[in-house]
Write a protein that binds this ligand. Structure first.
Ligand code: FES
Length: 549
């Protein structure tokens, strides 16, 4: 007798007593480990989505895990029949934006000036010898997002991108947003989040087609929580008002002069040259992190005369407005709704996610689904399209009420269960949007400009890249600006990290720019509540009329 085990989409029989890790190995699934299945490294986490009652109960090694998460090396099949479904934290096929587009910092608008150089056979970091050899010199640029991780491997002497890698952030077992991760890390105290991420990063690094010991520097962008967790700093203060990173508190106390972090690869556990430096780019505040700073480098804000804005919509939306003379930053606590969280049929950008929606006059619902599979749920861009189409066709009013009150809207019904959408989902999305709009309104008001005065509106991040602009404008998720002013730049954060990796001058430029950014605190702004309530309505924000197409 055996259980039918579905592991990362592969199916095999599994006998009682077998660990999930052993089953994974049998199926050829690379489950991360650095403790040889001893229950110590905590890297082998899997999410069990069915059949938890057919598994052995959690042991003491798993007390840090909640919900459906288990350590695969400690979890055994405990039944003789039935189905168990599980997956490693790296779901692999997630749609992750690795590239940047239409940036003003194209190749060679700046000089290669890496911190790692060579003098004959001597390999130097900031002029100090750290190795000898004649092979190529490599570096890594990493964007650590709450949901996704992107790594680029570069040749430091030519600037060439040699390889890249991306995966879902394996810290998902610690919660889907930064506040949940902060709470998890504060209670855990064994650095499980950091160790799990390091395990996944290490695997990705060893899969690159170069000798890992030829990697001599890493530049890391990411929100303040992800960055500080990776550097093993306490993130507790980021979760408490006034929401500051330990590095900001240390600056205030006079014990450091910059929020930039550095450490050696050896201390942080990365399998590259042990004396390689890992540099965390500076942050602007506890909730406007090194990813936003990297974006400023990518759009060349230090030399920008025009007034531009950058918006990276996510669980925490970051917003920057300004130019080389004056810069203002804000963050909006939007929550996970636009990433599919807290929505009845919401899901990340995985195969089966509806990413496009069109409602026809005859009532037909046309959908675009990621991958060649039946629809399972709605990801962020699908949710924005759906809201916009419900508004355009009059099926939903500005307040988010359905024409047919109380009825679920069926978006697709070709999968195992119908994909539906209801007024409660609309409410959750309205609040997420309200926070974004309040951030926009307050940032523009504080800066002293109206939307028409803006020259360029950059939409950064994977979500921003895949949004339908007309849909987004119709529901007021982004300002109602002419199409030629909106630029979807994709992963500008990893692009900024690459620039910082390849140019010490750009690093210095960023450090100076970050120190000049005015941080606008939304939570204490007297107009926040009014802007938030107004922003919860599904109506265009500022600018010109939205095209009816
Ligand atoms: S393999 Fe290390 S804890 Fe499971």
């Amino acid at each position: 007798m055996s259980v039918e085990l579905h592991f990362n989409g592969l199916v095999a029989p599994a006998a009682p007593g077998e660990t999930l890790f052993a089953c994974g190995e049998r199926l050829g699934i690379p489950v991360p480990t650095s403790c040889k299945k001893q229950g110590k490294c905590k890297e082998c986490v899997v999410e069990v989505t069915a059949g938890m009652d057919r598994l052995s109960p959690p042991g003491p090694e798993e007390k840090h895990l909640k919900g459906n998460f288990r350590l695969s090396c400690c979890t055994r099949i405990a039944a003789e029949a039935g189905t168990v479904r599980c997956a490693t934290m790296r779901r692999g096929t997630m749609k992750i934006e690795k590239h940047a587009f239409a940036l003003p910092t194209g190749p060679r608008t700046w000089q290669l000036d890496p911190a790692v150089t060579r003098d004959g056979e001597r390999i130097l970091l900031d002029g100090v010898e750290i190795d000898r050899g004649t092979g190529p010199l490599h570096g890594l640029a990493i964007d650590l997002g709450t949901t996704t991780i992107v790594i680029r491997l570069l040749n430091l002497e030519t600037g060439e991108v040699i390889a890249d890698s991306s995966f879902e952030n394996p810290q998902r077992f610690g919660g889907s947003d930064v506040m949940a991760r902060i709470q998890y890390d504060t209670e855990d105290r064994t650095k499980t989040l950091q160790r799990t991420l390091t395990g996944y990063l290490s695997r990705a690094i060893t899969e690159f087609p170069v000798d890992p010991r030829s990697i001599y520097e890493v530049v890391l962008a990411g929100n303040s929580t992800m960055r500080d967790l990776f550097f093993r700093l306490s993130v507790h203060s980021i979760g408490q008002s006034p929401y500051q990173s330990l590095t900001e508190l240390e600056i205030a106390a006079g014990t450091r002069t910059t929020t930039t972090l550095t450490d050696t690869a050896r201390r942080l556990g990365l399998p590259i040259h042990p004396q390689a430096r890992v540099l965390g780019l500076p942050i602007i505040s506890g909730h406007v992190g090194a990813d936003a700073a990297a974006c400023m480098l990518a759009i060349d804000l230090a030399h920008e005369e025009r007034v531009v804005a950058v918006m990276d919509i996510g669980t925490n939306t970051e917003l920057i407005v300004g130019n080389r003379h004056k810069v203002l930053a804000a963050s909006c606590p939007a929550g996970p709704a636009f990433e599919g969280g807290q929505i009845t049929c919401g899901m990340p950008g995985l195969p089966g996610a509806i990413e496009k929606v069109r409602l026809h006059d005859d009532g037909r619902v046309e959908t675009g689904v990621i991958g060649d599979v039946p629809a399972e749920g709605l990801c962020g861009s699908g949710l924005v399209d759906l809201l916009s189409e419900l508004r355009r066709t009059g099926r939903m009013n500005e307040l988010g009420r359905f024409e047919e009150a109380g009825q679920d809207f069926v978006v697709a019904s070709d999968g195992d269960r119908p994909v539906t959408f209801n007024e409660s989902d609309v409410n959750v999305l309205a609040q997420a949007k309200g926070a974004n709009v309040a951030g926009l309104q307050i940032a523009f008001a504080e800066y002293g400009i109206d939307y028409p005065q803006l020259d360029v509106f950059y939409l950064a991040g994977g979500f921003g890249r895949h949004l339908n602009l007309e849909s987004s404008k119709r529901i007021g998720l982004i300002p109602n600006l002419p199409a030629d002013k909106i630029v979807q730049v994709g992963n500008a954060s990893v692009e900024g990290a690459c620039i910082a990796l390849l140019s010490r001058a750009k690093r210095a430029e960023l450090e100076a720019l970050v120190s000049r950014v005015q941080h606008c605190r939304l939570e204490t702004h007297p107009g926040f509540f009014d802007y938030f309530v107004e922003g919860c309505q599904f109506a265009p924000v500022g600018g010109t009329p939205v095209a009816e197409s």
